[in-house]
Design a protein around this ligand. Structure first.
Ligand SMILES: [Zn+2]
Length: 340
């Protein structure tokens, strides 16, 4: 029996032979970061190591911290292990962490999705012996339609509202989802408004060479412009006065959780679009198979259910407790979230 290359510790997932943590939820000496969502990139560690496109997001969120970066596929020796980062397809700069030690290979996936979104580098399977997978949507009910179809629905919804003279207000989380929507909106329909909390993240994407359509501050549009606009805001802004600027409008939410009708009702929006930055059930199974790994450790989401299914398929699989899954990206909406 070789020793585990990644084990749970008080601070988070720990690599003993490398003496570093991956996405620690408490301060650690060295934090290897898979991506910039708030549940994976937390404040207080002595130094951070991440993909170079993740670094500006970390700086914005964590301030003046010590950050070293790697490109995809570039490797670095840390302690007794060789570490490299590989595209996870989740948000810009997101990475799977590959760790090699004496011929054994482990991969920690962070969050990932298989469908190319046009914004983040597409997911690449990495061969390994042990694979740590997320399971945010690890139940067979979660199956996504292709992005092109969902975006066509979103653009039709916007066009219909614009014809009727009302704004289309979309709740979407600021990092990842917002830029993916922007990238695939049909900007010919009308002007696009972004809430002030999203704009700095758009700027980071633009600086990294991701072309996004022009966006406006809500105050920059007259009544006619607002009546045809598509507006993007983080969910917390929708409860604020910001939303009143639009007068009569239609509202929507874009999230994998919108796959379930009840969640849409609880969000109290007119429309729910099931668009997720996480793998769906077939995606999880496909990614797991592509690694060639025999041992699967399942983190946040439906860890028990996915582990049980994998064991039936002959894998050595078990859940691994973590404190992820409450990211700004895809936390399951609480039944009591809005009372609507
Ligand atoms: Zn995430």
């Amino acid at each position: 029996m070789t020793k585990d290359l990644i084990v749970p510790a008080a601070e988070g997932l720990y690599c003993p032979p490398g003496n570093f943590h991956i996405d620690p939820w408490r301060p650690a000496a060295l934090a290897v970061i898979t991506h910039g969502h708030s549940d994976h990139a937390r404040w207080g560690s002595g130094a951070y190591l991440c993909h170079e496109d993740c670094a500006p997001i970390l700086r914005r969120r964590l301030g003046d911290v010590r950050i070293e970066t790697l490109r995809y596929g570039e490797s670095r020796d840390i302690g007794e292990v060789r570490l490299s980062l590989h595209p996870a397809g989740h948000v810009i700069g997101s990475a799977q962490v590959r760790i090699e030690h004496r011929g054994e290979v482990w991969v920690a996936s962070g969050d990932y999705k298989l469908e190319a979104d046009g914004v983040s580098a597409p997911f690449e399977p990495v061969r390994c012996d042990d694979f740590i997978t997320e399971s945010t949507f690890g139940l067979p009910i979660y199956r996504w339609r292709p992005q092109a179809e969902v975006m066509a629905d979103i653009n039709s919804w916007w066009a219909e509202n614009a014809r009727a003279g009302r704004a289309s207000v979309m709740q979407a989380y600021g990092l990842g989802k917002a830029q993916r929507l922007l990238k695939h909106l049909d900007a010919n329909i009308g002007p696009i408004v972004c809430h002030g909390a999203i704009e700095p993240l758009n700027q980071i994407h633009s600086d990294l060479g991701i072309a996004l359509p022009p966006t406006f501050n809500v105050g920059a549009l007259d009544k006619a412009g607002l009546s045809r606009c598509f507006a993007l805001a983080p969910p917390h802004a929708v409860q604020s006065g910001w939303i009143r600027r639009f007068g009569d409008h239609s509202d929507a939410f874009a999230s994998g959780w919108m796959r379930l009708r009840g969640n849409r009702r609880r969000r109290g929006v007119d429309q729910g679009f099931a668009l997720s930055d996480h793998a769906d059930w077939p995606g999880l199974l496909q990614a797991i198979a592509a690694t060639g790994a025999e041992r699967i450790l399942v983190t946040h989401g439906s860890g028990e259910a996915l582990s049980r299914y994998l064991r039936e398929k002959g894998y050595d699989a078990r859940p691994m407790a973590t404190e992820y899954g409450d990211e700004e990206g895809e936390a399951e909406p609480s039944v009591h979230a809005d009372g609507a």
